[in-house]
Design a protein around this ligand. Structure first.
Ligand code: F6P
Length: 336
């Protein structure tokens, strides 16, 4: 089952885990559309023919949902799951998926695979999908630098990430963006205006600024999109446009903005994410084969390994304000 927002690499987890299990003659059943598939009894048998090659595609072969109402539906869930006659469940999902599973079926045999492009889950140093999201950001910065220079503008690129700045930081750093704004380091408007003005005076042809959707100035709140009603709680959005307007009012630059939005989730997985999901899916399957339930597949110290499922739950894992990548930005002359 895949739950929550999609992330590049979900299909890699499905292909890898299924290949390993099918090779051992284990019957594999795909649950469709996350929790909805269990509530509605929607499944499909997984055969080798059906999953070969899906690892290279974005989205999820099984469908997903992040709008399911789970409160008070525990009996219904458990009855439906029991009717499927499954030994256990491999769930690739985020915090909401694992919270939901704990609420609905605390005694279910589960293997959890942490998933989010935001890279903000506890217990793992990297989540799959993150590298691909960073690649979308760095490709955008590289492209936008050309038009920024041609028109002598600042191009502002708004990224996803919720309350964590990992995507803006990783994508912005790997493309040497001029400015990176992340929620964990509220920025000084005064210093930023000075930085932009100095760069203009020094004859810089154009600039690119990467701003995480929940980035904010010191003493201010993050910007929320008009429609705050979201299944995942707060819906951020709009900081990119606001920053472009602010730059024009507070520096000599003309500015434009680009919102990368769901393109960060829709890109086919990078090779790094393919390696990661091949290993993580196979690890999930090997835990099933050993009957080691209620474990999570995580990435620690350069290796894919397993840990208690509770390790991947809790508050979002945010960027430490003095993280080594932050220091690297500073060393490179990037405003952060
Ligand atoms: O958590 C992943 C994520 O893509 C966030 O970065 C973003 O804020 C949110 O999901 C968007 O969710 P939705 O698909 O509901 O718009």
């Amino acid at each position: 089952m895949t739950g929550g927002g999609d992330a590049p690499g979900l299909n890699g987890i499905i292909e890898s885990a299924s290949r390993v299990l099918l090779k051992q003659n284990i019957e594999v059943v795909g649950i469709l559309d996350g929790f909805e598939g269990i509530f509605a009894g929607r499944t499909k048998p997984i055969t080798l023919e059906s999953i070969i090659g899906i690892h290279s595609q974005a989205g999820t072969f099984l469908g997903t949902s992040n709008k399911s109402k789970v409160m008070g539906r525990s009996d219904e869930f458990q009855k439906n799951f029991a009717a499927m006659k499954l030994d256990g469940l491999i769930a690739a999902g985020g915090d909401g998926t694992f919270k939901g599973l704990r609420e609905l079926a605390p005694d279910l045999n589960i293997i959890g695979v942490p998933k989010t492009i935001d890279n903000d889950l506890q217990g793992t140093e990297i989540t799959f999908g993150y590298d691909t999201a960073c690649t979308v950001v760095s490709d955008a910065v590289d492209s936008l630098r050309a038009t920024a220079n041609a028109h002598h503008r600042v191009m502002v690129v708004e990224t996803m990430g919720r309350s964590a700045g990992w995507i803006a930081l990783g994508g912005g750093l790997s493309s040497y963006a001029d400015v990176i704004l992340i929620p964990e380091r509220p920025f000084s408007r005064e210093k930023l205006a000075q930085f932009l003005t100095n760069a203009h005076a020094a004859g810089k042809p154009g600039m690119v600024m990467v701003v995480s959707e929940a980035a904010k100035a010191i003493g201010e709140d993050a910007v929320f999109s008009e429609n705050k009603a979201s299944s995942t709680g707060i819906r951020f959005g709009g900081i990119g446009e606001r920053m472009a307007r602010w730059i024009e009012e507070n520096s000599p630059w003309e500015a434009r903005h680009v919102v990368l939005g769901h393109l960060q989730r829709a890109h086919y997985p990078t090779t790094t994410d393919r390696f990661l999901t091949a290993s993580m899916g196979a690890m999930a399957a090997s835990l099933v084969l050993k009957g080691q339930w209620n474990r999570a597949v995580v990435y620690r110290n350069g290796l894919v390994t397993d840990a208690p499922i509770n390790d991947i739950q809790g508050a979002p894992r945010e960027v430490a304000p003095d993280h080594r990548w932050v220091k690297l930005c500073e060393a490179l002359g990037i405003f952060i």
